[in-house]
Design a protein around this ligand. Structure first.
Ligand code: SF4
Length: 686
């Protein structure tokens, strides 16, 4: 059977996939050689997609209080309870918590319903846990949330610096591209990470810096750029303050030897083309936005931005974190990268949507949203395509908050997750392979996901479910689309208006897209409008700030919250190579579970010896927020005092192995992103 071109649903690399239905409900999977992101490559997760499409465990019909119900009954109930809550308590008494795995069309409809029609900013997303600090850092430096460069820059660079990124496991195909470039061109690779991860296998230099000291390292680099008089000042503002803060930074705060810092500075400054890639080790921090700006400062100051082989590069964890940003899926943004605090932007979106009740201020960010659920300010909550009872920091507290909420709707593909079991109404959603739409990868490339399989049971697409509720709440015209192509066309048309207001996000070339054109849509980079077709940003020295200049930010490095007393270890959390989030899909593949089959605690040999923990024994890990029991993996890949544990297991899959139950709800004050890599814990033999 003929292959259908689609896109992988996992990480932000956004690989093209050829899916070939076998006529018996199965799919043959191969990398798409014509997709620019992966050029035929796939990692182990992507290549196992065909093993994860069965209907075992799927939610196949709507459920109300656990009993099977019809779609009309369920949708009527959702619309009625949300309408009644809003009428009685106001628009801010409801919230949507959505996901970087939704397709852009789903996301657009959710955002339109909440911000334009319900009239609240209370829509936030698990992307808050992934890249909110990158968004905030971009906006401070560039005026907009713009990723300046392209994947090919990683292949064109002389030196690639990876900061807080285990690219080998978390963005494997991008890692393969970097490794191939290194082989072909001798690209120097620097890994900045307290852990010696698999990515270090190709590193020319590994800097195991003190946790949280990334800003200090990049401040030292900025000061050195200033000393060498390499500042390109023509188009920058804020230089003096940023340089003064940089010059005050003490090398000792990094925990690195002088020789290691010197080697890093020399490598960076002697390389004409440098790309700095960062990920969750930077973003998931209580000073994540400052860390991002410390990196951006160096690229701005040295002019290494927006040109081939040069630039700062945020790689997103999720497949459509970027698409979510584009539609305004974060509580503090509007659609098409417009600003919710800007009256002209609000009015433009209101007029375009003919919206009756436009949100006038940012809504609650993820951690605050669940605090509002806990204390009853939010009385009706709709959770879509995500599992916060397992994956939010302070997960047990979040689960209790959801359990105590007056009315909880959960849209999901699976019947049993930690969050679905708390739902008053559970709505079956179509999953990867069953739905049509678009996603945007980390280099701003929009690709189609295409339907290759029939929906499981009575599952429906998320955009359609949301639109059905919008119609039932009284807005049939505004939510009257009949296909995702029509939603995409509306989003593209709105982006043209946004482009006229100075937004970087403009795909108005697709405003009139037909169904046939949508079906045939090739992967493309935004912007795509009458005036601009893809490419890099800022190489011409023009930024999106009011002055048109790039903005350097004075960063005073702040150490993470101290550990000590009863909780002397700093627990770092993250992914393993072969699993995704809470494993609802990858857990279906025995092959993917072979790599690392159970929750574990990676502990330095000196810590293990001191605690009397032998390899493969069980350790009890306890924090003020919760408790877990984990298998001990003794390894010098982690530093003494800084163990690591993966985040994938849930109450459904390993009740005592839930790591996010240990993590506090501490957030970055600018972005609201939780500090998921820094949980103070105690460890003892179990
Ligand atoms: Fe999917 Fe990411 Fe692997 Fe590509 S690198 S196949 S997008 S998980």
């Amino acid at each position: 059977m003929q292959s259908i071109r689609t896109t992988c649903p996992y990480c932000g690399v956004g690989c093209g996939v050829l899916a070939a239905p076998d006529g018996r409900g199965g799919l043959g999977i191969a990398g798409d050689p014509d997709h620019p992101a992966n050029k035929g490559r796939l990692c182990v997760k992507g290549s196992a997609l065909g093993e994860t499409i069965g209907h075992a465990g799927r939610l196949l019909a709507p459920r109300i209080h656990g009993r099977e119900a019809g779609w009309d009954e369920a949708l009527d109930l959702v619309a009625r309870r949300f309408s009644e809550t809003i009428a009685e308590h106001g628009p801010d008494s409801v919230g949507f918590y959505v996901s970087g795995q939704l397709l852009t069309e789903d996301y657009y409809v959710a955002n339109k319903l909440m911000k334009g029609f319900i009239g609240s900013g209370n829509i936030d997303t698990n992307s808050r846990l992934c890249m909110a600090s990158a968004v905030a850092g971009h906006r401070r430096a560039f005026g907009t949330d713009t990723v300046p460069g392209l994947y090919e820059d990683i292949e064109l660079a002389d030196t690639v610096v990876l900061v807080g990124s285990n690219l080998a496991w978390c963005h494997p195909v991008l890692y393969q591209r970097l490794a191939a470039a290194r082989e072909a061109r001798g690209t120097r690779v620097v890994v900045v990470d307290p852990r010696r991860t698999a990515t270090c296998d190709i590193a020319d230099l590994h800097l195991p810096l003190a946790p949280g000291s990334d800003s200090a390292l990049f401040n030292l680099l900025l000061a050195e750029i200033g000393r060498k008089s390499e500042i390109c000042a023509d188009n920058l503002e804020g230089i003096e303050d940023a340089m003064a803060a940089a010059r005050e930074t003490l090398p000792s705060t990094t925990g690195l030897a002088h020789s290691q810092i010197r080697q890093f500075l020399d490598l960076w400054l002697h390389s004409d083309k440098v790309v700095t890639v960062w990920s969750q080790g930077v973003n998931q921090s209580d000073s994540g936005t400052d860390k991002v700006n410390a990196i951006l400062n160096c690229h701005l100051a040295s002019g290494r931005i927006g040109r081939p082989g040069m630039g700062p590069f945020s790689v997103t964890g999720q497949p459509n974190a970027m698409g979510g940003r584009e539609v305004g899926g974060l509580a503090n943004m509007l659609a098409c990268h417009l600003e919710i605090e800007n009256p002209a932007h609000r009015e433009a979106v209101r007029a375009f949507w003919n919206a009756p009740r436009m949100a006038e201020r940012p809504g609650l960010k993820a951690v605050d949203m669940f605090r509002a659920v806990e204390d009853g300010r939010i009385k009706a909550l709709w959770i879509i395509c995500t599992n916060p009872a397992a994956t939010m920091p302070e997960a047990d507290r979040v689960a209790r908050a959801i359990a105590g909420c007056d009315f909880v709707v959960v849209s999901d593909i699976m019947a049993r997750t930690d969050t679905v079991r708390l739902a008053h109404v559970a709505l079956p959603a179509t999953g990867w392979g069953e739905k049509d739409g678009t996603v945007t990868n980390s280099e701003r490339r929009i690709s189609r996901q295409r339907r290759t399989l029939a929906p499981a049971g009575r599952a429906r697409d998320d955009w359609r479910i949301l639109a059905e509720v919008g119609r039932r709440m009284g807005w049939p015209g505004a939510f009257g689309w009949t296909s995702p192509a029509e939603v995409f066309a509306e989003h593209a048309a709105l982006s043209g208006i946004a482009g006229g207001l100075g937004s970087d996000f403009d795909i108005s070339a697709h405003a009139g897209i037909t169904q046939a054109e949508y079906d045939a849509l090739e992967p493309f980079l935004w912007p795509q409008s009458a005036g601009r077709q893809g490419g890099r940003f800022f190489g011409d020295g023009r930024f999106h700030t009011p002055s048109g200049r790039g903005r350097m930010v004075a960063v005073t490095p702040r150490p993470p919250q101290p550990v000590g007393g009863d909780h002397p270890f700093r627990l770092n959390t993250g992914r393993v190579r072969d699993h995704w989030h809470s494993m609802t899909r990858t857990g279906l593949s025995p092959r993917l579970s072979r790599h690392l089959a159970e929750p574990f605690l990676e502990l330095h040999p000196s810590d293990a010896a001191r605690l009397g923990l032998a390899p493969a024994s069980l350790a009890e890990v306890e924090s003020p927020q919760g408790r877990a029991v984990l298998r001990v993996l003794v390894s010098d890949r982690v530093a003494p005092g800084h163990p690591f544990a993966p985040m994938h297991w849930t109450r459904e899959t390993a009740p005592s192995g839930r790591v996010d139950a240990l993590v506090p709800g501490t957030v970055d004050p600018v972005s609201g992103q939780p500090a998921l890599k820094s949980a103070p814990v105690a460890i003892r033999p179990f």
